[in-house]
Design a protein around this ligand. Sequence first.
Ligand SMILES: O=C(O)CCC(=O)C(=O)O
Ligand SMILES: [Fe+2]
Length: 306
Amino acid sequence: MAITHWKTSEPDLETIFAQHQQPLDALAAGDVPALVIRQAFPRQSCQRLIERLVAKELLYDPRKPVPEKFIDAAIPEGHFREGRNKQASRAWDAGTATGRRRIDIGTSLGYRGSDPDAFFAHSRESQDLFADLFSAGEDPVRILYDALQDLSRTKRVVTAHEPDGRQYGPAIIRAHYGGYTYKPHFDSVRLREKREGYAVHEFEHQFAGVLVLQNTQLGELSAQCILHQCLWQPQIDSHLRGGTFHEYAASEGVANVEVVLEPGDLYFFNTRGIHEVPGVAGDLPRIVLATFIGYSSDREEIFVWS
Ligand SMILES: O=C(O)CCC(=O)C(=O)O
Ligand SMILES: [Fe+2]
């Protein structure tokens, strides 16, 4: 394997700033694979939050029979909708794996954005839900937004909104059951989902900010994200769709890093970079709090949505 100097910057803001004058610009340029803040949210708080989500029947306990409503609500692997399409597209061919289920708490622009009215109505419900999901002093969304604002040094981090004030979902909680897998892909409202007409379309760069709430474990294995040192270009599409990205990366000598995270760890990465999370079918689902982030170095505001 090629020796790489492409390494995550971590474990805290102080170290990140010592390594990068403008960490978000470094992320935008692809100079650093990820900015990692370890234990941004205490592990016990992660656990308490998951217990609350199960008690509120927003998630299910995999050790019990799966309630019907979750089977209907699950998002199939790799699904998103492009432009105004009602029909879902697939970022990769997931085959016909069963039992791999993703449950979202919140509103996904990628999945729901083809119908703006329905999307903003759903986002409203998510804003209300998120407003009373967290107890005072234990708000992981606040922690994520604050960390991002600190990383930007001088910018203002706000939930994405349209000029008329309609807001997007502030963040999303995703539970991945049964070894749900993200195959190599990229995320971009501009380049992939083609969300013209949405305010988030106007940013030059898109990042993800993800806080791990629970991991899945099978023996020594846990599910972790792999970031490839490869920003999306149109000619990579055939490899992403055809499932041959690993062969392509090997033949081109593309470096990668695995970002090994524990519950409570927060990481930011550039979603134009090809990334994946191979599933691990442990007893518990991998649960994350996830956001997308719109960033332009010449804009004062940073938009966050889900
Ligand atoms: O769960 C993660 O760490 C990243 C997932 C991801 O790539 C996505 O939601 O598009
Ligand atoms: Fe992604």
